[in-house]
Design a protein around this ligand. Structure first.
Ligand code: F6P
Length: 402
Protein backbone atom coordinates (compact mmCIF):
# COMPACT_ATOMS: atom_id res chain seq x y z
CA UNK A 1 0.00 0.00 0.00
CA UNK A 2 1.23 3.50 -0.83
CA UNK A 3 2.09 5.71 2.11
CA UNK A 4 2.72 9.42 2.28
CA UNK A 5 3.81 12.14 4.69
CA UNK A 6 2.08 15.47 4.19
CA UNK A 7 3.94 18.31 5.86
CA UNK A 8 2.09 21.58 6.35
CA UNK A 9 4.16 24.78 5.98
CA UNK A 10 3.24 28.40 6.64
CA UNK A 11 3.11 31.28 9.06
CA UNK A 12 0.59 31.11 11.91
CA UNK A 13 -3.07 31.92 11.11
CA UNK A 14 -2.79 31.06 7.42
CA UNK A 15 -5.35 28.25 7.51
CA UNK A 16 -2.94 25.29 7.83
CA UNK A 17 -4.98 23.33 10.37
CA UNK A 18 -8.18 23.83 8.39
CA UNK A 19 -6.41 22.60 5.26
CA UNK A 20 -4.92 19.64 7.17
CA UNK A 21 -8.43 18.72 8.31
CA UNK A 22 -9.77 19.01 4.80
CA UNK A 23 -7.06 16.71 3.47
CA UNK A 24 -7.75 14.21 6.25
CA UNK A 25 -11.50 14.23 5.70
CA UNK A 26 -11.19 14.08 1.92
CA UNK A 27 -8.88 11.06 2.05
CA UNK A 28 -10.82 9.34 4.83
CA UNK A 29 -13.89 9.53 2.63
CA UNK A 30 -11.90 7.36 0.21
CA UNK A 31 -11.27 4.85 3.02
CA UNK A 32 -7.64 5.76 3.61
CA UNK A 33 -6.35 5.91 7.17
CA UNK A 34 -5.14 9.41 7.91
CA UNK A 35 -3.93 11.09 11.10
CA UNK A 36 -2.99 14.70 11.83
CA UNK A 37 -0.03 15.32 14.14
CA UNK A 38 -0.30 18.83 15.53
CA UNK A 39 2.73 20.39 17.25
CA UNK A 40 0.64 23.04 19.01
CA UNK A 41 -1.39 20.43 20.86
CA UNK A 42 1.74 18.69 22.18
CA UNK A 43 3.26 22.05 23.10
CA UNK A 44 0.20 23.06 25.07
CA UNK A 45 0.02 19.77 26.93
CA UNK A 46 3.78 19.72 27.68
CA UNK A 47 4.41 23.37 28.42
CA UNK A 48 1.00 25.01 28.89
CA UNK A 49 1.35 28.64 29.87
CA UNK A 50 5.14 28.45 29.59
CA UNK A 51 4.76 28.74 25.84
CA UNK A 52 2.30 31.64 25.86
CA UNK A 53 4.86 34.47 25.76
CA UNK A 54 5.87 35.60 22.29
CA UNK A 55 9.56 35.41 23.29
CA UNK A 56 9.25 31.65 23.42
CA UNK A 57 9.17 31.86 19.59
CA UNK A 58 12.12 34.25 19.24
CA UNK A 59 14.61 32.49 16.95
CA UNK A 60 17.40 33.90 19.17
CA UNK A 61 15.92 32.27 22.27
CA UNK A 62 18.01 29.08 22.45
CA UNK A 63 15.88 27.44 25.11
CA UNK A 64 12.60 28.10 23.31
CA UNK A 65 14.14 26.83 20.10
CA UNK A 66 15.29 23.62 21.79
CA UNK A 67 11.83 22.99 23.26
CA UNK A 68 10.12 23.55 19.91
CA UNK A 69 12.65 21.28 18.23
CA UNK A 70 11.97 18.58 20.82
CA UNK A 71 8.21 18.81 20.22
CA UNK A 72 8.70 18.67 16.46
CA UNK A 73 10.87 15.55 16.79
CA UNK A 74 8.27 13.86 18.99
CA UNK A 75 5.62 14.46 16.36
CA UNK A 76 7.86 13.38 13.49
CA UNK A 77 8.56 10.12 15.35
CA UNK A 78 4.83 9.64 16.05
CA UNK A 79 4.04 10.15 12.35
CA UNK A 80 6.74 7.63 11.40
CA UNK A 81 5.29 5.06 13.84
CA UNK A 82 1.85 5.65 12.41
CA UNK A 83 2.94 4.87 8.87
CA UNK A 84 5.02 1.92 10.11
CA UNK A 85 1.71 0.60 11.44
CA UNK A 86 -1.52 0.61 9.47
CA UNK A 87 -1.72 4.36 8.66
CA UNK A 88 -1.68 5.50 5.04
CA UNK A 89 -1.15 9.24 5.30
CA UNK A 90 0.42 11.14 8.22
CA UNK A 91 -0.07 14.92 8.21
CA UNK A 92 2.40 17.02 10.20
CA UNK A 93 0.56 20.17 11.18
CA UNK A 94 2.96 22.88 12.31
CA UNK A 95 4.50 26.01 10.84
CA UNK A 96 7.62 24.12 9.64
CA UNK A 97 8.61 27.61 8.57
CA UNK A 98 12.39 27.37 8.36
CA UNK A 99 14.40 25.51 5.79
CA UNK A 100 16.38 23.94 8.69
CA UNK A 101 13.22 22.45 10.24
CA UNK A 102 12.18 21.01 6.90
CA UNK A 103 15.66 19.57 6.40
CA UNK A 104 15.29 17.80 9.77
CA UNK A 105 11.97 16.38 8.62
CA UNK A 106 13.49 15.20 5.34
CA UNK A 107 16.37 13.58 7.21
CA UNK A 108 14.11 11.80 9.72
CA UNK A 109 11.42 10.66 7.31
CA UNK A 110 13.10 8.72 4.54
CA UNK A 111 10.87 5.65 4.43
CA UNK A 112 8.01 7.16 2.37
CA UNK A 113 7.51 10.12 0.03
CA UNK A 114 7.05 13.59 1.50
CA UNK A 115 4.74 16.30 0.20
CA UNK A 116 5.03 19.82 1.61
CA UNK A 117 1.78 21.79 1.50
CA UNK A 118 2.55 25.47 1.99
CA UNK A 119 -0.37 27.72 2.96
CA UNK A 120 -0.20 31.40 2.09
CA UNK A 121 -2.69 34.22 2.51
CA UNK A 122 -1.93 37.86 3.18
CA UNK A 123 -5.44 39.25 3.09
CA UNK A 124 -5.41 41.78 5.97
CA UNK A 125 -9.06 41.29 6.94
CA UNK A 126 -8.89 37.50 6.95
CA UNK A 127 -5.61 37.60 8.84
CA UNK A 128 -6.88 40.07 11.44
CA UNK A 129 -9.96 37.99 12.11
CA UNK A 130 -7.95 34.75 12.19
CA UNK A 131 -5.61 36.30 14.77
CA UNK A 132 -8.60 37.40 16.82
CA UNK A 133 -9.86 33.83 16.77
CA UNK A 134 -6.46 32.61 18.00
CA UNK A 135 -6.93 34.71 21.11
CA UNK A 136 -9.41 32.09 22.27
CA UNK A 137 -6.61 29.54 22.65
CA UNK A 138 -6.20 28.33 26.25
CA UNK A 139 -2.78 29.97 26.63
CA UNK A 140 -4.42 33.42 26.31
CA UNK A 141 -7.17 32.72 28.85
CA UNK A 142 -5.74 35.23 31.32
CA UNK A 143 -5.25 38.01 28.73
CA UNK A 144 -7.61 40.60 27.37
CA UNK A 145 -8.43 40.14 23.69
CA UNK A 146 -6.27 43.16 22.87
CA UNK A 147 -3.25 41.83 24.81
CA UNK A 148 -3.67 38.37 23.30
CA UNK A 149 -3.82 39.83 19.78
CA UNK A 150 -0.64 41.80 20.35
CA UNK A 151 1.10 38.76 21.77
CA UNK A 152 0.05 36.56 18.86
CA UNK A 153 1.04 39.21 16.32
CA UNK A 154 4.48 39.36 17.92
CA UNK A 155 4.69 35.59 17.71
CA UNK A 156 3.97 35.82 13.98
CA UNK A 157 6.76 38.39 13.57
CA UNK A 158 9.23 35.96 15.12
CA UNK A 159 8.10 33.28 12.72
CA UNK A 160 8.47 35.71 9.81
CA UNK A 161 12.15 36.01 10.68
CA UNK A 162 12.75 32.30 10.15
CA UNK A 163 10.25 31.71 7.35
CA UNK A 164 11.59 30.51 4.03
CA UNK A 165 9.03 29.55 1.35
CA UNK A 166 9.35 26.08 -0.14
CA UNK A 167 11.85 25.96 -2.97
CA UNK A 168 14.58 23.37 -2.38
CA UNK A 169 12.23 20.60 -1.29
CA UNK A 170 11.66 18.06 -4.02
CA UNK A 171 7.84 17.89 -3.77
CA UNK A 172 5.76 20.85 -2.70
CA UNK A 173 2.60 22.68 -3.53
CA UNK A 174 1.79 26.24 -2.46
CA UNK A 175 -1.87 27.05 -1.95
CA UNK A 176 -3.61 30.36 -1.40
CA UNK A 177 -6.02 29.39 1.38
CA UNK A 178 -8.31 32.35 0.78
CA UNK A 179 -8.79 31.64 -2.89
CA UNK A 180 -8.43 27.84 -2.74
CA UNK A 181 -5.94 28.21 -5.57
CA UNK A 182 -2.62 26.53 -6.24
CA UNK A 183 -0.09 29.33 -6.74
CA UNK A 184 3.05 27.22 -7.12
CA UNK A 185 4.05 23.59 -7.26
CA UNK A 186 6.99 21.38 -7.89
CA UNK A 187 6.50 17.67 -7.96
CA UNK A 188 9.94 16.21 -8.51
CA UNK A 189 9.13 12.60 -7.67
CA UNK A 190 6.30 10.16 -7.21
CA UNK A 191 3.75 11.41 -4.68
CA UNK A 192 0.93 8.95 -4.01
CA UNK A 193 -2.53 10.51 -3.70
CA UNK A 194 -1.27 13.78 -5.21
CA UNK A 195 -4.15 14.29 -7.61
CA UNK A 196 -6.67 13.63 -4.89
CA UNK A 197 -4.94 16.02 -2.51
CA UNK A 198 -4.51 18.74 -5.10
CA UNK A 199 -8.20 18.59 -5.89
CA UNK A 200 -9.05 18.86 -2.18
CA UNK A 201 -6.85 21.98 -1.93
CA UNK A 202 -8.75 23.79 -4.68
CA UNK A 203 -12.29 22.56 -3.95
CA UNK A 204 -14.81 24.72 -2.17
CA UNK A 205 -15.35 23.49 1.38
CA UNK A 206 -18.66 24.67 2.70
CA UNK A 207 -20.35 22.20 4.98
CA UNK A 208 -23.57 24.16 5.42
CA UNK A 209 -24.06 27.68 4.18
CA UNK A 210 -27.39 29.26 5.02
CA UNK A 211 -28.00 32.21 2.76
CA UNK A 212 -30.73 34.41 4.21
CA UNK A 213 -32.21 37.71 3.10
CA UNK A 214 -32.97 40.32 5.77
CA UNK A 215 -36.57 40.61 6.97
CA UNK A 216 -39.09 43.13 5.70
CA UNK A 217 -38.13 46.80 6.10
CA UNK A 218 -40.07 50.07 5.95
CA UNK A 219 -38.39 50.75 2.61
CA UNK A 220 -39.58 47.37 1.30
CA UNK A 221 -43.14 48.28 2.24
CA UNK A 222 -42.83 51.66 0.55
CA UNK A 223 -41.15 50.10 -2.47
CA UNK A 224 -37.99 52.17 -2.02
CA UNK A 225 -34.58 50.80 -2.91
CA UNK A 226 -31.30 50.93 -0.98
CA UNK A 227 -31.09 53.10 2.12
CA UNK A 228 -30.62 51.91 5.66
CA UNK A 229 -34.11 51.42 6.97
CA UNK A 230 -35.22 49.40 10.02
CA UNK A 231 -37.18 46.16 10.05
CA UNK A 232 -40.94 46.50 10.30
CA UNK A 233 -42.81 44.51 12.97
CA UNK A 234 -43.33 41.86 10.32
CA UNK A 235 -39.60 41.90 9.56
CA UNK A 236 -38.84 41.48 13.27
CA UNK A 237 -41.24 38.54 13.42
CA UNK A 238 -39.45 36.99 10.43
CA UNK A 239 -36.12 37.38 12.25
CA UNK A 240 -37.57 35.63 15.31
CA UNK A 241 -38.96 32.82 13.17
CA UNK A 242 -35.58 32.42 11.56
CA UNK A 243 -33.90 32.01 14.95
CA UNK A 244 -36.61 29.59 16.09
CA UNK A 245 -36.12 27.52 12.94
CA UNK A 246 -32.38 27.29 13.59
CA UNK A 247 -32.67 26.42 17.29
CA UNK A 248 -30.70 23.22 17.66
CA UNK A 249 -28.70 23.77 14.45
CA UNK A 250 -25.03 24.58 14.77
CA UNK A 251 -24.32 28.00 13.28
CA UNK A 252 -21.10 29.20 14.91
CA UNK A 253 -20.48 31.91 12.28
CA UNK A 254 -22.97 34.56 11.22
CA UNK A 255 -22.00 37.22 8.68
CA UNK A 256 -24.11 40.29 8.06
CA UNK A 257 -23.72 43.44 5.99
CA UNK A 258 -23.12 46.75 7.76
CA UNK A 259 -26.77 47.74 7.20
CA UNK A 260 -29.29 47.90 10.05
CA UNK A 261 -31.75 45.54 8.38
CA UNK A 262 -29.14 42.82 8.17
CA UNK A 263 -27.94 43.25 11.78
CA UNK A 264 -31.52 43.39 13.08
CA UNK A 265 -32.34 40.14 11.28
CA UNK A 266 -29.29 38.55 12.93
CA UNK A 267 -30.21 39.79 16.42
CA UNK A 268 -32.45 36.90 17.57
CA UNK A 269 -29.97 34.40 16.07
CA UNK A 270 -27.07 35.88 18.04
CA UNK A 271 -29.10 36.13 21.25
CA UNK A 272 -29.75 32.41 21.01
CA UNK A 273 -26.05 31.60 20.56
CA UNK A 274 -23.86 34.05 22.49
CA UNK A 275 -20.75 32.01 21.67
CA UNK A 276 -21.21 32.50 17.90
CA UNK A 277 -18.90 34.78 15.94
CA UNK A 278 -21.03 37.50 14.36
CA UNK A 279 -19.28 39.76 11.91
CA UNK A 280 -20.43 42.60 9.66
CA UNK A 281 -18.65 42.63 6.30
CA UNK A 282 -19.12 45.70 4.05
CA UNK A 283 -18.67 43.35 1.09
CA UNK A 284 -22.22 42.18 1.77
CA UNK A 285 -23.82 45.66 1.68
CA UNK A 286 -26.65 45.93 -0.83
CA UNK A 287 -25.99 47.24 -4.34
CA UNK A 288 -25.41 51.00 -4.24
CA UNK A 289 -28.05 52.58 -6.48
CA UNK A 290 -26.16 55.92 -6.55
CA UNK A 291 -28.48 58.76 -7.57
CA UNK A 292 -31.43 56.38 -7.44
CA UNK A 293 -30.96 55.40 -3.79
CA UNK A 294 -34.19 55.66 -1.76
CA UNK A 295 -36.36 56.06 -4.86
CA UNK A 296 -39.21 53.82 -5.98
CA UNK A 297 -38.85 52.02 -9.33
CA UNK A 298 -41.71 54.22 -10.58
CA UNK A 299 -39.84 57.39 -9.54
CA UNK A 300 -36.79 56.16 -11.42
CA UNK A 301 -38.86 55.50 -14.54
CA UNK A 302 -40.25 59.04 -14.45
CA UNK A 303 -37.10 60.91 -13.42
CA UNK A 304 -34.48 58.90 -15.27
CA UNK A 305 -36.36 57.29 -18.20
CA UNK A 306 -33.18 56.53 -20.15
CA UNK A 307 -31.53 54.91 -17.17
CA UNK A 308 -34.65 52.89 -16.43
CA UNK A 309 -34.84 51.65 -20.01
CA UNK A 310 -31.14 50.87 -20.12
CA UNK A 311 -31.44 48.79 -16.95
CA UNK A 312 -34.37 46.88 -18.40
CA UNK A 313 -32.40 46.13 -21.54
CA UNK A 314 -29.35 44.75 -19.76
CA UNK A 315 -29.83 44.56 -16.01
CA UNK A 316 -26.59 42.71 -15.34
CA UNK A 317 -24.30 45.25 -17.05
CA UNK A 318 -26.24 48.36 -16.12
CA UNK A 319 -24.42 50.56 -13.57
CA UNK A 320 -26.44 53.13 -11.59
CA UNK A 321 -25.16 56.74 -12.05
CA UNK A 322 -22.78 57.31 -9.14
CA UNK A 323 -23.40 53.77 -7.89
CA UNK A 324 -22.93 50.12 -8.75
CA UNK A 325 -24.31 47.45 -11.04
CA UNK A 326 -24.38 43.67 -10.81
CA UNK A 327 -21.34 43.65 -13.06
CA UNK A 328 -19.32 45.72 -10.59
CA UNK A 329 -20.67 43.91 -7.52
CA UNK A 330 -19.12 40.61 -8.41
CA UNK A 331 -15.61 41.38 -7.23
CA UNK A 332 -16.53 42.63 -3.78
CA UNK A 333 -19.12 39.93 -3.15
CA UNK A 334 -16.63 37.23 -4.14
CA UNK A 335 -14.09 38.80 -1.79
CA UNK A 336 -16.68 38.73 1.00
CA UNK A 337 -17.51 35.08 0.37
CA UNK A 338 -13.82 34.13 0.37
CA UNK A 339 -13.18 36.02 3.60
CA UNK A 340 -16.25 34.61 5.33
CA UNK A 341 -15.46 31.03 4.38
CA UNK A 342 -11.80 31.37 5.34
CA UNK A 343 -12.76 32.71 8.76
CA UNK A 344 -15.34 30.00 9.28
CA UNK A 345 -12.57 27.45 8.60
CA UNK A 346 -14.85 24.52 7.72
CA UNK A 347 -17.30 25.18 10.58
CA UNK A 348 -20.42 22.99 10.58
CA UNK A 349 -22.69 25.94 9.79
CA UNK A 350 -22.22 29.44 8.37
CA UNK A 351 -25.01 31.96 7.87
CA UNK A 352 -24.86 35.01 5.64
CA UNK A 353 -27.67 37.52 6.10
CA UNK A 354 -27.53 39.57 2.96
CA UNK A 355 -29.70 41.48 0.53
CA UNK A 356 -31.54 40.81 -2.69
CA UNK A 357 -28.80 41.73 -5.19
CA UNK A 358 -26.01 40.49 -2.91
CA UNK A 359 -27.63 37.10 -2.39
CA UNK A 360 -28.10 36.73 -6.12
CA UNK A 361 -24.38 37.25 -6.61
CA UNK A 362 -23.52 34.82 -3.80
CA UNK A 363 -25.80 32.20 -5.30
CA UNK A 364 -24.24 32.63 -8.70
CA UNK A 365 -20.85 31.96 -7.05
CA UNK A 366 -22.01 28.43 -6.20
CA UNK A 367 -24.61 27.79 -8.86
CA UNK A 368 -24.06 28.31 -12.54
CA UNK A 369 -26.45 30.84 -14.02
CA UNK A 370 -26.11 32.78 -17.25
CA UNK A 371 -25.08 36.33 -16.31
CA UNK A 372 -28.25 37.80 -17.86
CA UNK A 373 -30.33 35.65 -15.48
CA UNK A 374 -28.44 36.47 -12.27
CA UNK A 375 -30.29 39.77 -11.54
CA UNK A 376 -33.59 37.89 -11.55
CA UNK A 377 -32.82 35.02 -9.18
CA UNK A 378 -35.65 34.56 -6.67
CA UNK A 379 -34.62 35.87 -3.21
CA UNK A 380 -37.55 35.61 -0.80
CA UNK A 381 -37.65 36.91 2.77
CA UNK A 382 -39.26 33.86 4.41
CA UNK A 383 -37.09 31.21 2.79
CA UNK A 384 -33.34 30.67 2.73
CA UNK A 385 -30.94 28.85 0.45
CA UNK A 386 -29.08 25.96 2.01
CA UNK A 387 -25.85 25.25 0.17
CA UNK A 388 -23.35 22.43 0.68
CA UNK A 389 -20.25 22.43 -1.49
CA UNK A 390 -17.40 20.04 -0.83
CA UNK A 391 -15.24 17.94 -3.10
CA UNK A 392 -17.72 15.07 -2.80
CA UNK A 393 -21.05 16.75 -2.39
CA UNK A 394 -22.99 19.64 -3.89
CA UNK A 395 -26.38 20.41 -2.42
CA UNK A 396 -28.67 23.27 -3.12
CA UNK A 397 -32.03 23.70 -1.48
CA UNK A 398 -34.55 26.50 -1.00
CA UNK A 399 -36.08 26.06 2.45
CA UNK A 400 -39.11 27.76 3.98
CA UNK A 401 -38.66 28.83 7.60
CA UNK A 402 -42.09 30.35 8.20
O1 F6P B 1 -35.75 46.46 -3.14
C1 F6P B 1 -34.85 45.88 -2.25
C2 F6P B 1 -33.46 45.86 -2.83
O2 F6P B 1 -32.63 45.15 -1.94
C3 F6P B 1 -32.85 47.24 -3.14
O3 F6P B 1 -32.21 47.85 -2.07
C4 F6P B 1 -31.93 46.94 -4.28
O4 F6P B 1 -31.59 48.10 -5.03
C5 F6P B 1 -32.75 45.94 -5.05
O5 F6P B 1 -33.43 45.17 -4.09
C6 F6P B 1 -31.95 45.01 -5.92
O6 F6P B 1 -32.81 44.28 -6.75
P1 F6P B 1 -32.98 44.66 -8.30
O7 F6P B 1 -31.61 44.53 -8.86
O8 F6P B 1 -33.95 43.64 -8.83
O9 F6P B 1 -33.46 46.05 -8.43
Amino acid sequence: MNKLYVVMVGLPARGKSTMARRIREGLEAEDFRVEVFNNGEIRRSMLGMDSAEPEFYDPDNAEGRARREEIARLNIAAARDYLAGDGHVAILDATNASRARRATIEAMLTDHPLLFVECVNDDPVALGAAIRRKTQMPEFARDTTQAAMESFTKRIHYYERMYAPCADESCWVRVDTLENRVVGEQIGGRVPYYHRIRDILVSAWVRNLYLVRHGETYYNVEGRIGGDSDLTLRGQAQAKELAAYFAGTEVPYIFTSTRKRSAQTAAPMREARPEATVMALPEFDEIDAGECESLRYDDIRRRFPDAFAARQRDKFHYVYPGGEGYVTLRERVERGVRRALFLAGGAPGVMIIGHQAINRMILSHFLYRRTEDVPYIFIPQTQFYHIVATQRKKLFELVRFM
